[in-house]
Design a protein. Structure first.
Ligand code: NAD
Length: 243
C-alpha cells in the first residue's frame, strides 16, 4: 500500500503496537513522527526505524498540540493521526481507587480525544484520516479492568461521533479494536497461567496477536483502499468478539 510522502503521527510509538505501526508506515513510504512520554525508548526507536521523536504526554492537551505542530513543521502537513498511546489498568470496581480511574481515563480516553481535536485543523487541509487504537474491551466487558474498559468504550463511541463530525471535510475516522497482543503491556499478565488460559479460551484462533498484525490493518485504514470506510470500530481479535 503506497503511503509515499504521507505525514503520519503515531502516539505511543516507542513500544509494542505503536512501534510496529510506525515501522510499517515508514516501510510504506510515510514520514513518521512518534510522540511518547518515554523519551529514552522513543529516541532509540525513532533512530532505529527512521522516524522523528517528540516528547509528549497525551494526557496534557498542550503537549498534544505541540506534537502536532512539530510534525507539521517537520513534514509540511499531516495526513494521518494515530492515537495509540495507552496504559493498562487491572483492577476491578472494588479494588480500583478513584485516582486509578481518573489516571486511566486521562491517558486512554482524554488522550485520544486530544489527538483527534489537535489534528483536525491540519487534516482538513489534506482530507486525511484518524486511527484510534481502542480494544475488544471497547466492544465487550470483562472482569478485572473497569477503568480501562470504560475508557476503551469511550474511544469506540468517540470514534463514531468524530467520524460523523468530520465526514463533511472528507476526513475518515476509524478505530482498531485489538484482542490480546504480545507487547510489554500484556507481558506480565500473560505469564499468569490462569489468565493466559482465560485469554486463549476466549480467542477462537487460539493465540495472541503479534503487533505487526495490527500494524498491517492501520496501514490499510490509512490508505486509499479504505477510502469509503469511516466510523468503524474494527475488531482485530482472533474472533474474541464473535464467539
Ligand atoms: P505498550 O505498553 O507496549 O506501549 C504503550 C506506549 O504508550 C508506550 O510507548 C508508552 O510509553 C506510551 N505511553 C503511555 N502513556 C503515555 C502518555 N501519557 N503519553 C504518551 N505516551 C504514553 O502497549 P501496547 O500493547 O503497544 O498498547 C498500545 C495501544 O494498544 C494502547 O492503547 C492499548 O490500550 C491498546 N491495546 C493493546 C492490546 C494488547 O493486548 N497489547 C490490546 C488492545 C488494545
Amino acid at each position: 500500500m503506497d503511503l509515499e510522502e504521507q505525514s503520519v503521527i503515531v502516539t505511543g510509538g516507542s513500544s509494542g503496537i505503536g512501534k510496529a505501526m510506525a515501522e510499517r508506515f515508514i516501510e510504506e513510504g510515510a514520514d513518521v513522527v512518534i510522540g511518547d512520554i518515554d523519551v529514552e525508548s522513543g529516541q532509540e526507536v525513532a533512530e532505529e526505524i527512521g522516524a522523528e521523536f517528540v516528547e509528549c504526554d497525551v494526557s496534557d492537551y498542550e503537549q498534544v498540540e505541540n506534537l502536532v505542530e512539530k510534525a507539521v513543521e517537520e513534514n509540511g502537513k499531516l495526513d494521518c493521526m494515530v492515537n495509540n498511546a495507552g496504559i493498562g489498568s487491572v483492577k476491578n470496581i472494588e479494588e480500583m481507587e478513584i485516582e486509578d480511574y481518573h489516571s486511566t481515563i486521562s491517558v486512554d480516553l482524554d488522550g485520544v480525544m486530544y489527538g483527534c481535536k489537535a489534528a483536525t485543523p491540519h487534516l482538513k487541509e489534506t482530507e486525511g484520516c484518524i486511527i484510534n487504537i481502542a480494544s475488544i474491551y471497547g466492544l465487550v466487558g470483562d472482569i478485572g479492568s473497569t477503568a480501562y474498559n470504560a475508557a476503551k468504550g469511550g474511544v469506540v463511541n468517540l470514534t463514531r461521533s468524530v467520524a460523523d463530525d468530520l465526514a463533511q471535510y472528507n476526513i475518515r475516522v476509524n478505530s482498531i479494536c485489538p484482542g490480546f497482543v504480545d507487547t510489554p503491556m500484556t507481558d506480565e499478565a500473560l505469564k499468569d497461567g490462569d489468565f493466559k488460559d482465560h485469554v486463549l479460551n476466549n480467542t477462537p484462533l487460539g493465540r495472541v496477536a503479534q503487533p505487526e498484525e495490527i500494524a498491517g490493518v492501520a496501514v490499510f485504514l490509512a490508505s486509499e483502499e479504505a477510502s469509503y470506510i469511516t466510523g468503524v470500530n474494527l475488531p482485530v481479535d482472533g474472533g474474541w468478539t464473535s464467539h
